[in-house]
Design a protein around this ligand. Structure first.
Ligand code: CTP
Ligand code: MG
Length: 226
């Protein structure tokens, strides 16, 4: 336990306060089960099992506060906000005073290899912020009024979570009044000089967005069982 005041800790914030409107399921996607286990439980377990993670905070909707508190007694559980950014903000407010590094993760991404957590933490020795990224496999275009333009695929990346920061820089970004869909974007807007790095993400860290994603993740789980 962190009784030593000089000790710093690493906190995972799992944002789970969304409603999953694109999946159109009555139960928010992070509370659906895959192979009998709640989607949220997969990432909670990965962070709790990682030797360098000291604290796990779950940010949920008010409707699921009691459920999540009962289901995950090893975690702090707090209520989220209207947007993902508001939910991350509430998670930041709940961090231990010892927190030095925060890892913000989407509950809708159940599969995080421990290698990704390891790499994020080691990369923070030289960066202010780090996130997993994947190269797109398909050709990429940008739609324009008059048609479309081909983009250089080699210069594009798909950004996943956990997005990891020295806590001060993320707090400052949240206080800046800027708005973005993820932490890397928000920190870059608030502090263009910040050193932001990327590590190789994992294809299985895909985000449950539509029904097909549940089936793909189930296949990964089947493969891991065999
Ligand atoms: N999230 C959150 N608080 C919000 C909105 C989203 O904590 N107000 C979380 C979701 O629970 C999810 C993650 O942010 O784990 C990524 O968001 P997304 O995939 O967009 O989930 P939803 O917003 O729930 O889905 P949709 O956009 O289809 O409604
Ligand atoms: Mg959303």
């Amino acid at each position: 336990m962190l009784n030593d005041m000089t000790k710093t800790s690493n906190t995972a914030i799992i944002v789970a306060a969304g409603s999953g409107s694109r999946l159109a399921s009555e139960i928010p996607k992070q509370y659906l089960k895959l192979k009998g286990v709640e989607i949220l439980a997969y990432s909670v377990r990965s962070f709790l099992a990682h030797p360098e993670i000291d604290e796990v905070i779950i940010v949920t909707s008010a409707n699921y506060l009691e459920h999540a508190s009962n289901q995950y007694p090893e975690c702090k559980v707090v209520v989220g906000g209207e947007t993902r950014q508001d939910s991350v903000f509430n998670g930041l407010q709940a961090c231990s005073p010892h927190t030095h590094i925060v890892l913000v993760h989407d509950a809708a991404r159940p599969l995080i290899p421990s290698r990704v957590i390891d790499l994020c933490l080691s990369s923070l020795e030289k960066h202010d912020g780090v996130a997993p990224a994947l190269k797109p496999a398909d050709s990429m275009i940008q739609l324009e009024d008059s048609g479309f333009r081909n983009l250089q695929r080699d210069n594009l990346r798909m950004i996943q979570t956990p997005q990891c920061f020295h806590i001060g820089i993320l707090r400052t970004a949240h206080a800046s009044g800027k708005i973005d869909t993820d932490e890397m974007g928000l920190v870059k807007q608030s502090n263009p000089q910040a050193s932001l790095g990327f590590i190789e993400g994992a294809p299985e860290t895909l985000k449950v967005t539509k029904q097909i994603d549940l089936e793909i993740i189930e296949k990964y789980l089947d493969a891991a069982d065999n």
